[in-house]
Write a protein that binds this ligand. Structure first.
Ligand code: COA
Length: 186
C-alpha cells in the first residue's frame, strides 16, 4: 500500500523519508528511547538510514509495518507505528522527542492511528496490541489514556538486544470506547 498521511489537531503524521534521517539520528540518542525500545544502541546515522529505507518503505509496501513520523510545523517530533503480528492484529509502537514530551501529543497520535487502523480498507484490524517492558510508566500512561485495557504481565516476553524482559500487555478493540479503563499497574 502507499503511505497514508493523517492529521490531528496539532500534528501531521506522514511516513519518515530520507530527509528525516539526521533528525531521527539526533532524537534516538535519548536515553529513555534507548532504554525502553528495541532501537540499536548506540544509535548511528546508518541505523536511521536502515530504518527509513529497509523498514519504513518496505513496511508500507507489504503492510507489515505502517510507520508515521509525527510532525509539527515541519519538525519531526516523534514516531508511531503499527506492526503486523498476524493478518488482523497489529502492535503499536512509539517514541517521542524529549523536548516535546508531557503535552499529550502521543495520546493524540495514538488515537488518530487507532481510528485510522480500525477504519482502513484492507487492514481489517480486529485488535491493536501494546507491549512495554515492566516499569515503563510513561508508555503505560499513554496506552491507559488512549483507552487500552491492561491485560497482564508476560514473563520474559520482551526481547531487547539479546536480553529478555518482563512485559506489560494491553489491547484495544474496534468496539472499545476510548475512556480510561481501571486495572493498570500503579
Ligand atoms: C512514552 C512517551 C512516548 C510518552 O510521551 P509523552 O509526550 O510524555 O506522552 P503524553 O504527553 O501523551 O503523555 C501521556 C501521559 O504519560 C505521562 N508520562 C509521560 N512520561 C512519563 C513518565 N516517565 N512517568 C510517568 N508518566 C509519564 C504524562 O504525564 C501523561 O499522563 P497524564 O496525562 O496523566 O499527565 C515518551 O516518554 C517516550 O518517547 N519514551 C521513550 C520511548 C518509549 O518508552 N516508547 C514506548 C515503548 S513501549
Amino acid at each position: 500500500m502507499q503511505p497514508v498521511i493523517l492529521h490531528t489537531k496539532r500534528m501531521e503524521l506522514s511516513a519518515p523519508t530520507e530527509a528525516d534521517i539526521d533528525q531521527i539520528t539526533h532524537i534516538c540518542q535519548d536515553e529513555d528511547i534507548l532504554k525502553w525500545t528495541t532501537v540499536p544502541s548506540p544509535y548511528s546515522r546508518a541505523d536511521a538510514e536502515f530504518f527509513v529505507t529497509q523498514i519504513v518503505q518496505p513496511g508500507w509496501e507489504s503492510k507489515v509495518a505502517l510507520t508515521w513520523a509525527m510532525r509539527q510545523g515541519g519538525d519531526l517530533i516523534g514516531m508511531i507505528s503499527l506492526t503486523a503480528l498476524d493478518e488482523s492484529m497489529y502492535e503499536l509502537g512509539y517514541w517521542m522527542a524529549p523536548i516535546v514530551r508531557g503535552q499529550g501529543l502521543m495520546v493524540e497520535a495514538v488515537q488518530r492511528v487507532a481510528d485510522y487502523g480500525f477504519a482502513a480498507d484492507g487492514l481489517n484490524l480486529g485488535r491493536i496490541e501494546w507491549h512495554a517492558y515492566v516499569g515503563n510508566a510513561g508508555s503505560a500512561s499513554v496506552a491507559r489514556r488512549s483507552g487500552f485495557t491492561y491485560e497482564g504481565l508476560l514473563r520474559m516476553e520482551g526481547l531487547q538486544r539479546g536480553k529478555r524482559h518482563d512485559s506489560w500487555v494491553a489491547g484495544l478493540l474496534p468496539t472499545d470506547d476510548r475512556a480510561e479503563k481501571p486495572g493498570w499497574p500503579a
